[in-house]
Design a protein around this ligand. Structure first.
Ligand code: PEP
Ligand code: CO
Length: 471
């Protein structure tokens, strides 16, 4: 692992506690945002103890490998693609659902590789994306003509989505169950990746029907069709070279990520490993800190500042310059390469007001970060029928604006973070396939935020690919 210490730490000093000694449990002395309250302390202790004894899901060398790839991406030599469900569920742990998610992510990555002529780091928002922060601790519904208030659904790691008291009661053993399902998911992904994933490199398995849809302006359609046709030729050519020769296609590397929200779960598998210094979170390669839990003096920053994993942090529209620099100092005080991934989610309307300030501050201070765009989380809206959705138009607008602003400021967008599924869901409106608000109820299946479906995801990759080619 390379480190980079030559750059002075910024003037914005981290608070004193951030330079205090750290241990796996030091976060417990801080205020925990989004903390789950478990009723049965004994059951909780047993669940955490069990979690601690299970074998890790990932290894320190995989984590260090990802860090070195992120370091490359920080220099503009790779692009990071991160995607998956908003809330992965235990029921999603099926061959079909996992295969479909992997397929769309790998196909998007091929589109981007082909356009940018750069390798893509593939990171799933799955194999452990089971914990959800919520804006309200409780949810109220009218049941049998009576207002009923229950705890909100905090993801399958905590409670169950059904609206009854038993289902919504946090159950500590769900952490163990979640961990095992993450393990099964990852095991299947590793097998698929190891064996070569046929759907990926046979163009006939790509579902490109939406390209002929009328909702696409002719100029865009032509450009997408030509990209896809060039890509198909390239895939056929590499196929013809022989099954085992093409490393990127047949033995593609894959990494996992999830929001490190439930610190009991995260810290139970945070440990030292032989012949390496420091602590690793071995539940996932790339844990990230959500927008609701990035308080500088909070438990999440305290936990994350002590682990060796690369760390993602969401940057929302309320972020101020000094706060950003202090956050960076807290999470990466020695300005290591490959360590910090800033995931901006600013919204189509605000991105051009806030992103330039953030980029300029980071550049001025010489901080090494990877800029990733999450064009999903500040573009949510509720339809007149009360359905939570996102417009493809706004997602596209934020992504393109983010790309352009980086270019204008001599920076570069190094990754994209998307909520997606490989299924044919109807949760986000717009895109070439022409989904409208009236379509939303047809197959609205998410356990949390609305996701792009297969066609919308592929279209977004084509759109970014077009930008990359033009750069
Ligand atoms: C998420 O990624 O699902 C999420 C909750 O995002 P954010 O923290 O950016 O709101
Ligand atoms: Co979400």
């Amino acid at each position: 692992m390379t480190t980079h210490n030559a750059v002075p730490i910024s003037q914005a000093k981290p608070s004193e506690s951030i330079s205090a000694p750290w241990d796996v449990n030091s976060w417990k002395t801080k205020l925990t945002a989004q903390q789950v309250i478990y009723e049965d302390q004994e059951k909780l202790n047993l669940a955490v103890a069990r979690l601690e004894t299970l074998p890790p899901l990932v290894t320190s060398w995989e984590i260090e490998r990802l860090k070195s790839l992120i370091a490359d991406a920080q220099q503009g030599k790779r692009f990071l693609l991160q995607g998956g469900d908003c809330a992965e569920t235990l029921a999603d742990c099926t061959a079909d659902i996992i295969t479909a998610k992997l397929k769309i992510l790998l196909q998007m990555s091929l589109v981007l590789v082909h356009a940018s002529k750069q390798p893509v780091i593939k990171v799933g928002r799955f194999a452990g994306q089971y914990a959800k922060p919520r804006s309200s601790l409780t949810e109220t519904r009218r049941i049998n003509n009576q207002e009923t208030t229950l705890p909100s659904y905090f993801g399958d790691l905590v409670n169950s989505i059904e609206f009854d008291a038993d289902s919504r009661r946090p159950d500590p053993y769900r952490m163990v169950k979640g961990y095992k399902h993450a393990g099964m998911t990852l095991n299947f992904i590793r097998s698929l990746m190891e064996g070569g994933f046929a759907d990926l490199h046979h163009p006939e398995y790509w579902d490109l029907g939406f390209l002929s849809n009328a909702a696409l302006p002719p100029e865009l359609r032509e450009s997408y069709q030509s990209m896809v046709s060039n890509l198909s030729d390239a895939l056929q050519f590499t196929e013809a070279l022989g099954e085992r020769d093409i490393g990127e296609l047949h033995r593609a590397e894959f990494f996992t990520s999830h929001e490190g929200l439930n610190l009991l779960y995260e810290s139970a598998q945070t440990r030292t490993v032989p012949r390496r210094q420091g602590y690793y979170n071995l539940t996932t390669h790339l844990p990230w800190i959500g927008e609701r839990t990035r308080q500088l003096d909070g438990a999440h920053i305290e936990y994350f500042r002590g682990i060796n994993n690369p760390v993602g942090v969401k940057i929302g529209p309320t972020m101020k310059k000094d706060e950003l620099l202090t956050l960076i100092d807290a999470l990466n005080p020695t300005n290591q390469t490959g360590k910090l991934v800033l995931i901006t989610r600013l919204g189509a309307e605000k991105v051009d007001k806030i992103l330039p300030m953030a980029i300029e501050a980071v550049n001025r201070e010489g901080r090494i970060v990877l800029w990733v765009c999450d064009p999903m989380h500040s573009n949510a809206e509720t339809t007149a029928q009360g359905i939570k959705t996102r417009r493809f138009y706004n997602i596209r607008k934020e992504l393109e604006a983010t790309w352009d602003i980086h270019q204008q400021l001599g920076s570069h967008l190094g990754g994209m973070h998307i909520e997606l599924t490989g299924e044919n869901v109807t949760e986000c409106v717009g895109g070439a396939s022409g989904l409208t608000e009236a379509d939303l109820s047809r197959n609205y299946a998410t356990a949390c935020d609305p996701r792009l479906n297969y066609q919308q995801s592929l279209e977004l990759a084509l759109l970014l690919a077009k930008r990359m080619k033009e750069a």
